[in-house]
Ligand binder design. Structure first.
Ligand SMILES: [Zn+2]
Ligand SMILES: [Zn+2]
Length: 379
């Protein structure tokens, strides 16, 4: 296994913030989007992610420092460890800048999965809903969002203590944050470690609380932010903005993510399927016979569609490039128009007479299906 400190180019004494910023810098540099078809960059990207998974998790980091493996001394392999081997980047067409927007379309848990994040040192995610119009989903837009977020107290830097002297080492666990517990089952004594019940794992006891935050180390703040919603986003997709969620409790740790669930309003006529648009176009039976020009809706306006004479009901017309722009990728889907020939519900007597006269004028071989049916049934 590669040494995670070497992978991120940090010293063994690097702080959590130093590790995080080294990781961010390298992840940007080697991100698959910035290095298309570059196997070496992809391997490097996996390596730094694996390294960060270890160094951002206090337990794994401690295991590595002690045993040279994130899994600890004896139970390697399996679900633990870096677990990056099987991730296939090629499956992600439009995978954006991981530090701006990530699409939650499954599979990403392999990189930033809940499993790989330390529960103790990561703040919770914030989930908000955002409504956009159909046109905005096709063209992209920016939205101003307002939400409440837990932020680290600037006065005590998250410790919750008034000053350094009011932050003392926990005497119960001697600062370790964990205590050993012995359990007797039959004749066997099982020893395990548990979070210290006195300091709740921080290893510190506050004798005098910070006045700004009341000892919590954090407070809720209203945040207003402008987000970019990329063209091609679909209803139900989630934009994830890394590190913009709630701050982790305590003086260490990283923020959770901000997740923005996108809701796209329905278009009255156009229906979306991936990046193609579909619509049904009703025309009259006389238009179908004589041909016509019809105004149809497209992204950003309207266009004229030429209907040639003798168009059958059910005819599909594919209009290239008139669909939705592909999300974070080149190209645009198509617009598929299904033509429906509508018969009049009623006709007056004069029209009926005209039609009856017309019927004899149309040559029988103009009706292939009718002719085929008759030949089978009437012989
Ligand atoms: Zn405070
Ligand atoms: Zn303690």
């Amino acid at each position: 296994m590669t040494n995670p400190y070497e992978s991120l180019g940090v010293s063994k004494n690097a702080s959590a913030d130093e590790i995080k910023s080294a990781y961010r810098r390298l992840a940007k540099k080697y991100h698959p989007d910035a290095n298309p078809n570059n196997k070496e960059a992809e391997e490097k990207f996996k390596e730094i992610n694996a390294a960060y998974e270890i160094l951002s998790d206090p337990q794994k980091k401690a295991n590595f420092d002690r045993f040279g493996s994130a899994d600890g001394p004896s139970f390697g392999g399996g679900a633990g460890g870096a677990g990056f081997g099987g991730f296939d980047f090629s499956g992600f067409g439009g995978f954006g800048d991981i530090f701006e927007n990530i699409f939650d379309q499954g599979g990403l848990d392999g990189i930033f999965g809940r499993r790989s994040r330390s529960r103790a040192s990561r703040g919770s995610d914030i989930v908000i809903d955002c409504d956009i119009t159909f046109e905005e989903s096709c063209n992209g837009t920016t939205k101003n969002i307002v939400f409440n977020r837990s932020e680290r107290c600037p006065d005590c830097h998250g410790t919750g203590a008034k000053d350094d002297s009011s932050l003392q080492t926990c005497s119960y666990c001697h600062g370790a944050g964990q205590v050993k517990q012995a359990q007797r089952l039959g004749g066997i004594v099982i020893e395990n470690t548990a979070t210290c019940p006195v300091c709740h794992g921080t290893g510190k006891i506050i004798t005098d609380k910070c006045r700004t935050c009341g000892g919590k180390g954090s407070f809720k703040k209203q945040v207003s932010s402008t987000i970019n919603i990329p063209a091609g986003i679909d209803d139900g997709q989630t934009l994830t903005i890394s590190g913009e969620g709630n701050m982790a409790e305590g003086a260490a740790g990283i923020s959770g993510d901000l997740q923005i669930r996108i809701h796209v309003a329905k278009h009255p006529i156009l229906m979306r399927e991936d990046f193609d648009l579909y619509m049904e176009l009703p025309i009259t039976f006389t238009q179908a016979i004589l041909g016509t020009k019809v105004k149809i809706p497209v992204v950003g306006g309207y266009m004229d569609l030429e209907i040639p004479p003798n168009t059958q009901s059910g005819t599909l017309r594919r209009i290239r490039g008139k669909g939705v722009k592909r999300l974070r990728a080149l190209g645009t889907g198509d617009l598929i128009v299904k033509i429906f020939v509508e018969m009049p519900k009623t006709v007056d007597k004069r029209t009926a007479q005209l039609l009856a006269a017309l019927d004899t004028d149309i040559r029988a071989d103009s009706y292939k299906k009718v002719a085929s049916y008759r030949s089978k049934v009437y012989n």
